[in-house]
Design a protein. Structure first.
Length: 146
């Protein structure tokens, strides 16, 4: 998808959300800020035949247990509605959601953004509730309760 296709889609998205001057930057990335600190990145990946929407999860860096829970969610894309997760350069979890180029429209992009934000909120809660991996002492405490 060339810039001639990216710009009209981003402009149409901007019109739909009340930001008529919305544009992609020189690298073809458009960032939208929600709730004051939740950045959603929209990037066209023509070689992959899709747009990639990304959003970092709020919170602390992932420990081993959190990383395991996050990676289990990646299994077959089941935990992310067909998307996937990763870890950014700062060690924060990031959720990515693809939008196929043939389906790309302002309405489809809005729906994908909403779905991405829902996944991000759900995974923030899930990681906060993640049970740390059983250590030797915890296993001993558990075994003594039997």
């Amino acid at each position: 998808m060339s810039d001639s296709h990216v710009s009209p889609l981003i402009a149409a998205l901007g019109e739909a959300i009340g930001i008529p001057a919305l544009r992609a930057d020189a690298q073809g990335c458009c960032r939208l800020l929600f709730d004051g600190d939740r950045a959603v990145e929209l990037r066209c990946a023509p070689a992959q035949g899709r747009w990639v929407l990304s959003c970092a999860l709020r919170g602390q860096r992932l420990d081993t247990a959190g990383m395991q829970v996050l990676m289990q969610g990646n299994h077959m894309g089941a935990g992310f509605g067909g998307g996937w997760s990763g870890v950014d350069a700062q060690g924060l979890a990031v959720v990515h959601l693809p939008l196929p180029l043939p389906e790309a429209s302002a309405n489809a992009m809005l729906s994908a953004i909403e779905l991405l934000l829902n996944h991000v909120e759900r995974w923030e809660r899930r990681l906060l509730e993640a049970v740390p991996a059983a250590s030797g002492s915890r296993m001993a405490e558990w075994a003594q309760r039997i």
